[in-house]
Design a binder for this molecule. Structure first.
Ligand code: AMP
Length: 421
């Protein structure tokens, strides 16, 4: 199938061609006609599935179709994202797909000065991409009027709830007109997501493009048993040995990310940068740009900071610490093995993490290949730290303190889903 069959306008098709896309992805095949029809949508979708184009392309077309002489200083489409990086990326996609259209867009997120954002809004915008907190700040300062919104998109809604944005989202919903088209994209469907969906989606069409908790079949999973204290050295060794020139590394804590970055740079002579919630927006944007253009070889990230990062053709993802929540393993390694390419998911596993590893293997429904690296064999005299289960039901080691990533893998499946072909 080609993009032409959706009935998209020439100018949008031209932008798709410029982007080099020839065939719609499964989620695009399902989502584009639904959004074009004006219906509300509840979509199960993962990062890397092409969901951004799935909602942006028909959103642009709908805005163009209804582009009558309204008060043009009011935004007409609102896209909410959980993180600053995702807001910036989605807005970049809006610009890419809408480059031949006269629609104006901008991304608004915290961590940067609000005044230029207020000025930008004064100049008039059609599409606003924002994180919930900053959008409310702008609204409280009367810098934005959301009363003319025609299309609302909640991107990565599950992550927004995990990050505690539910109250902000409810406040924002109250600022929007009741008559609008609403789209909700989420990787998973907890009861909270379903509850939220019920509050603002009207007779939504439902699609599920990829099954939850499924890793791409092109990814090879390997785990290296190693003592915690030797992990940084083992990582340096692996990077040098395998000549990995671009590797995304996950740590559980912000402190861990900083420590590892410093260790890689000073001891291993490896160009690395960290990306996490305590870094300024400028530093995060620079780290991501440097990583993408090859100035730095290793990007060390925490789960929340990395969520939604669009880094293409990543050959390798390393779990320096295993995630507390097995589903995060799938999110993390979703950055490699995209679009049929081969990918490597490498985990450095200390004895304290064996239970977490078992949880991940259960989710993958297969054991992860274990390879012990000579010179980094774990000390057999070390015994694991006791593991307790927190209130959330997640495994919790006594240390280090996990980052705020209280994703609760509740019952999944918001039936009935139409399965994308
Ligand atoms: P997303 O899931 O929206 O983050 O998209 C993941 C990546 O897929 C992005 O780099 C897009 O540029 C790319 N992409 C989206 N749609 C297509 C398509 N139809 N063909 C090829 N690449 C695509």
């Amino acid at each position: 199938m080609s993009f032409k069959e959706f009935g998209l306008t020439e100018k949008i098709l031209e932008a798709i061609e410029d982007a080099g896309y020839t065939t719609p992805t499964p989620i695009q095949k399902e989502a584009i006609p639904i959004v074009l029809s004006g219906s509300d949508l509840l979509a199960g979708s993962q990062t890397g599935s092409g969901k951004t184009a799935g909602f942006t392309l028909p959103l642009l077309q709908n805005l163009m179709k209804n582009r009558i002489a309204k008060n043009r200083s009011f935004p007409r489409a609102l896209i909410l994202t959980p993180t600053r990086e995702l807001a910036a990326q989605v807005e970049e996609s809006v610009k890419t797909y809408g480059k031949h259209l006269p629609l104006r867009s901008a991304a608004f997120f915290g961590g940067v000065n609000i005044n230029p954002q207020i000025n930008k809004l004064r100049s008039g915008l059609d599409i606003v991409v924002a994180t919930p907190g900053r959008l409310l700040d702008l609204s409280n300062q009367k810098a934005i009027d959301l009363s003319q919104i025609e299309i609302l998109v909640l991107d990565e809604a599950d992550r927004m709830l995990d990050m505690g944005f539910i109250h902000d989202i409810r406040k924002i919903l109250k600022l929007l007109p009741s008559k609008k088209q609403s789209l909700l994209f989420s990787a998973t469907f907890s009861s909270e997501i379903k509850k939220l969906a019920e509050t603002f989606l009207h007779a939504p069409q439902m699609i599920q493009a990829t099954k939850n908790n499924e890793a791409a079949p092109t990814i090879s999973h390997i785990m290296h048993p190693v003592d915690t204290k030797n992990k940084a050295n083992l990582l340096s060794h692996l990077i040098t040995f395998h000549k990995w020139n671009q590797v995304l590394v996950f740590t559980r804590t912000k402190h861990g990310a900083n420590k590892l970055t410093a260790s890689l740079s000073t001891k291993g002579g490896i160009q690395a940068a960290a990306i996490h919630g305590n870094k300024s927006q400028t530093a995060r944007t620079k780290a991501l740009a440097d990583f993408k253009n090859g100035t730095i070889q290793v990007l060390v990230a925490t789960d929340i900071a990395a969520r939604g990062l669009d880094i293409e053709n990543l050959p390798c993802v390393v779990n320096f610490d295993l995630p507390q929540v097995p589903a995060d393993y799938i999110h993390r390694i979703g950055r490699t093995g995209r679009a049929g390419q081969k990918g490597n998911a490498i985990s450095l596993v200390s004895i304290d993490e064996n239970e977490l590893l078992k949880d991940i293997e259960r989710l993958l429904k297969e054991p992860i290949k274990k390879i012990t690296i000579e010179g980094f064999e774990p000390d057999p005299t070390i015994s694991p730290k006791p593991i307790s289960r927190g209130a959330s039901g997640h495994r919790q080691n006594k240390s280090p303190k996990p980052q705020k990533t209280s994703f609760t893998p509740k019952k999944r499946g918001f039936r009935p889903f139409k399965k994308a072909k």
